[in-house]
Design a protein around this ligand. Structure first.
Ligand code: PLP
Length: 403
């Protein structure tokens, strides 16, 4: 008899859906298609030579440790280096006990889901929000409360209303999930005033904040705004950081900063997931920092992405219909385009593929898929020529959709 796998899957796994992005990206697997879809760093910038030299030394001279299991919390040298970076940044009362190394920030999201969410618990997310975050939390059967964004980030007046309403209705809100800098997908940055307000609300309503900040270091314009974890003097913020955008996603390394009690729980939860993050890449990342390469690499990334962002904005100005609106990010990797509400970017996607250009459909970034007239464009991965040609192709298609 052939086993029916569907009958074996848990109720919980039924809540898990394939990421719309990954499904659509399968269609993009054709070299003729210009992809403005993925969310990947520019691989031509990866510091391959330095990493090759560091790796060679580590495997030859420190291989016994680098190829061995490590502590679940992370190898001590890297943890210490990350604590020092955090202290220099201005994070208050930061000690080793407040930090765990993770298998990049996606694991941090999963651990947060595992540790905090019971089926039916509510969490607050920005609308739109990062697909991988929604996917991680959906797996633990969270109920999503969405709060819209504008150019200054999540709208705190609406957030306050939703927190009040949840409290009045006895809804258990476990955390707010925020991406404050150059948000994925919208590219917008949460203003300082709103950051202050969010911390006040977190305190007032006893709701922790998950601050997911993969892009903060990739600011190529404007003034840095302190992170929520820096501004927090209560200990309500759980910060997720990653090497994926500041070094290389293939290392699969990130870290979490939080209250000691929360970190202890994450350590236990992580043991059940992967025992520890790869020791080898932890040693490599540590050496990369210790030898002082990080700032130089970040400078190159910032300069390159700024040029690409400028090119994409110029091309959008030139080719897109006047009815379209778009964000102007000061960092990160994404531009968010808003079209008249009768333009359905999901329906349009197949036509875009026929025209050999791809983007990410806006609905993927909403937990209930409700908004359909947006698209996310990535400027870090395509070449300058691809940016111009890709935006041109999209512009021609969009002009046909406008009436
Ligand atoms: C907002 C956000 N969080 C988390 C991640 C996951 O990144 P990683 O697991 O590589 O650190 C991404 C990746 O694009 C992201 O945009």
């Amino acid at each position: 008899m052939v086993l029916e796998w569907g009958k074996k899957f848990s109720v919980r796994s039924k809540a898990m859906k394939a990421s719309a992005i990954r499904e659509l990206l399968k269609l993009v697997d054709n070299p003729e298609i210009i992809s403005l879809a993925g969310g990947m760093p520019d691989p031509t910038l990866f510091p391959k030579k330095v990493l090759a030299e560091i790796s060679r030394d580590i495997f030859l001279n420190h291989g016994n440790k680098a190829l061995q299991y490590g502590a679940t919390e992370g190898i001590p040298a890297l943890r210490e280096a990350l604590v020092n970076i955090g202290i220099e940044e201005g994070i208050q009362n930061l000690a080793k006990e407040n930090l765990i190394v993770t298998t990049a920030s996606q694991q941090g999201l999963d651990l947060a889901g595992k540790v905090f969410i019971d089926p039916g618990d509510a969490i607050i997310v920005e609308a739109p929000s990062y697909v991988g975050g929604l996917q991680a939390f959906r797996a633990y059967e969270a109920d999503f409360i969405t709060v819209p964004l504008d150019n200054d980030g999540i709208k705190t007046d609406i957030l306050e209303g939703k927190l009040r309403e949840a409290k009045e209705n006895g809804v258990n809100v476990k955390f707010m999930y925020l991406i404050p800098n150059f948000q994925n997908p919208s590219g917008v940055t949460l203003s300082f005033e709103r950051r202050k307000k969010i911390l006040e609300l977190s305190h007032q309503y006893d709701v922790p904040i998950i601050e997911d900040d993969p892009y903060g270091e990739i600011r190529f314009e404007g003034e840095k705004i302190p992170s929520l974890v820096e501004m927090d003097n209560i200990g309500n913020v759980i910060a997720l950081r990653t090497f994926s955008k500041i070094l290389a996603p293939g290392l699969r390394l990130g870290w979490m900063i939080a209250d000691k009690e929360a970190i202890n729980k994450f350590v236990i939860a992580k043991q059940g997931s992967d025992l520890c993050s790869p020791s080898s890449t932890q040693y490599i990342a540590y050496e990369f920092i210790r030898q002082g390469h990080l700032q130089q690499y970040l400078e190159l990334v910032r300069q390159t992405y700024k040029k690409k962002k400028d090119l994409m904005l110029q091309a959008i100005e030139k080719y897109f219909p006047k009815e379209a609106e778009w964000t102007k990010p000061e960092g990160g990797m994404f531009i968010w385009v808003t079209l008249p509400d009768y333009v359905d970017t999901t329906e349009m996607f197949k036509e875009a593929i026929e025209e050999k250009v791809a983007y990410v459909i806006g609905s993927a970034f909403y937990p209930r898929g409700e908004d359909k007239h947006h698209m996310r464009l990535n400027f870090s991965l395509p070449t300058p020529e691809q940016i111009d040609e890709g935006i041109k192709r999209l512009g021609i298609l969009l002009k046909k959709k406008i009436h």
